[in-house]
Ligand binder design. Sequence first.
Ligand SMILES: [Zn+2]
Ligand SMILES: [Zn+2]
Length: 175
Amino acid sequence: MQEESKSGCCCASSSGQHDSDGAEKRLGWHEYFMCVAHLISRRATCTRGHVGAVIVRDNNILSTGYNGAPSGLPHCNETNCKIYRSIHPDGTVEENCVNTIHAEINAIAQAAKHGVSIKDADIYITASPCIHCLKVLINVGIKTIYYDKPYKIEHIAELLRLSGIRLVQVNAVNC
Ligand SMILES: [Zn+2]
Ligand SMILES: [Zn+2]
């Protein structure tokens, strides 16, 4: 498991942050893509939580996704979440919504639909991936996962270590 952390804030220039010499501070690439992921999360419809994802290669956005119901089907904010419980091997009980597709999977689906290769790309996600999404991210050839908020990271630690996929925290405090 490789876990790193990128410090620094996001979207600072939009709020007028300046360097000590008074020059306007330019947004870095990591903060830029994480801010995009946060913006995308605002399209999410599952009332249990809003997550956004952006797949990137060579500083170009290849695909995006947010969590919600499949196209054309009722969304959780129009009906209700349908919650199911499952038990993780460590004994903890998880609750998930059966209506929704996770943001990472929707970003992969969008790339597949349009024939965009995402091999050797990176992904920016507003929350660290669940174990199910992580398995798919490994198989589509994602190199580095950048996340903002940790989500049950202890459940993916072993898979991270065995797979060698990188997990890096990017804090986007002002998005
Ligand atoms: Zn839901
Ligand atoms: Zn997931």
